[in-house]
Design a protein around this ligand. Structure first.
Ligand SMILES: Nc1ncnc2c1ncn2[C@@H]1O[C@H](COP(=O)(O)OP(=O)(O)O)[C@@H](O)[C@H]1O
Ligand SMILES: [Mg+2]
Length: 284
């Protein structure tokens, strides 16, 4: 694990040294029929940076992540990953190129154990599919063993080790969200996109997710674009904020500057989703 961590760290440092944007979006527009979900959105995530994407429901935050990882068709603009144009690249190829992603509703396979779900995250980089694994079990045995050890180590690192052999269907919602983050992290993506990692969680779980993001950044130096509604978490982990309103960039800047600005208060006034946890907490 130590060796693996060093590898992740070196990779992050190399990319930082290259001084390119990890992900760059230039004048991207996305439309669904008559709905303009994004209009001329430009932003970037640099190596070593955590950028928070905030904004009311329906502002286009998820669509922005989908545009970056190739899940929606752009009607205009350009997306690049470490300087390589991926505007029209298939999502699988973008994932293989090092882009990791978690979803607002964790996409775990219920019938599989936690460790098997985490291992699904390695396939983009290990270079063989689940079917290949079954067909060539002996050949991939060694790789599989190393990947399993790493998955176990990573779950341990995030305090989820005791769930390794538990079936995903037995997990509580918060645990599913955390396992989904581990799944997205195991391949050491060169950019990580997280869609509302703390939505639906209570205060204690939110603090754990905050710890996970801080650790991923500190240990693996993975740049992140994090869609987030909780401003305490945004303030704790991000260095820069991008506020979207109705599919356009309303405000962008250093986190504290944005969150303390009158412009932010005016723009986001009345959007309680930015402040209130979506699930009642025991102490609420
Ligand atoms: N697959 C889709 N088909 C049609 N409309 C969509 C689709 N995805 C998103 N939209 C619309 O695009 C807008 C932005 O949605 P979304 O990116 O999910 O917002 P957010 O994540 O900020 O809540 C909304 O009006 C939403 O209804
Ligand atoms: Mg969304």
């Amino acid at each position: 694990m130590e060796k693996e961590r060093k590898r992740g760290l070196r990779r992050g440092e190399e990319l930082a040294a290259a001084d390119t944007h990890a992900s760059e979006v230039r004048a991207v527009s996305v439309a669904f029929g008559g709905v303009r979900a994004l209009t001329d959105v430009s932003t970037s995530v640099s190596a070593r940076e955590i950028v928070a994407v905030i904004g009311p429901n329906g502002a286009g935050k998820t669509t922005l992540l989908n545009a970056i990882c190739g899940l929606v068709r752009k009607s205009g603009g350009k997306v690049s990953h470490y300087g390589v144009d991926v505007t029209n690249t298939h999502p699988t190829r973008i994932a293989r190129a090092g882009l990791g992603r978690s979803f607002q509703d964790p996409r775990l396979i219920d019938s599989m154990t936690v460790i098997e779900n985490v291992l699904c995250g390695t396939h983009a980089t290990v270079g063989y599919s689940l079917l290949d694994q079954i067909a060539r079990r002996r050949k991939v045995g060694k790789k599989e063993h190393a990947a399993r050890t790493e998955a176990r180590d990573l779950l341990q690192l995030f305090g989820l080790g005791q769930f390794a052999e538990v079936r995903a269907q037995q997990l509580a919602y918060g645990q599913r969200k955390m396992v989904d983050i581990v799944r997205a992290t195991i391949a050491r993506p060169s950019v990580l996109l997280l869609d509302e990692p703390s939505s639906g969680l209570d205060v204690a779980e939110r603090a754990r997710v905050e710890g996970m993001l801080a650790m991923i950044h500190r240990e693996f130096h993975i740049p992140m674009l994090v869609v987030e509604h909780h401003m305490d978490l945004v303030r704790a982990v991000s260095g820069r904020v991008l506020a979207l309103v109705s599919g356009s960039v309303a405000i962008e800047g250093p986190t504290d500057d944005v969150l303390d600005s009158d412009e932010f208060r005016a723009t986001m006034a009345g959007d309680t989703s930015l402040y209130e946890p979506k699930v009642a907490t025991p102490d609420a």
